[in-house]
Design a protein around this ligand. Sequence first.
Ligand SMILES: Cc1cc2nc3c(=O)[nH]c(=O)nc-3n(C[C@H](O)[C@H](O)[C@H](O)COP(=O)(O)O)c2cc1C
Length: 195
Amino acid sequence: MMTEPETIGIFSVIRERRSVRNYTDREVTDEALGAIIAAGVQAPTALGLQPWQFVIVKDRDLMRRASDYCKPLLVEKIGAEPRPGIDEFLAALKSPEFSIFYNAPVLVLVLGARDTVSSVLDCTLCAENMMLAAWALGIGSCWIGAATLIEQNPDLLAALKVPGDHQIVAPLVFGYPASLPPKPARREPRITRVP
Ligand SMILES: Cc1cc2nc3c(=O)[nH]c(=O)nc-3n(C[C@H](O)[C@H](O)[C@H](O)COP(=O)(O)O)c2cc1C
């Protein structure tokens, strides 16, 4: 059993977590992934339905294939709706070496049952729990929304063992950070009080 670090308070984990985009080759063990998924499934779900499944992908060739498939689609998509700050990502996508998974050692797909209306919300809560739990274990993560484009490729879906009655909600990479980016600043929340 993986022991949970008791000294790390939840507020500090929430505050310090950030998306990691540079990983070492160190393996994320099945034990650690088990602890991360166990934290994920503690999330609340509408009607308690828990409409999720998980696919753990450690096959780097398959991740490369998935990345190579998504990249040109992303260039098309992002190029069509330019936004500030996107140029760097667009340039990276055009580089053959770049992986949308940032060479992370493992990808976990959080899948949501298609027949459950609240699937996307439930799986999103699960994904956040997973990223926070990973951070508490010293493991970085990044939600790779770009990888939901895999949904358009039946061969990749089959290779990734995604069942037809489930959709990819949260593609999450995990790994030990090789370096940490600065935490992106948060806007001051707009809060209305009644009364
Ligand atoms: C739904 C969703 C999709 C995301 N997709 C990507 C992605 O495709 N690639 C990426 O590098 N980061 C992706 N991110 C990470 C965000 O860019 C990141 O959370 C945001 O910039 C705030 O930074 P922080 O997570 O370090 O606080 C995604 C985050 C969410 C919630």
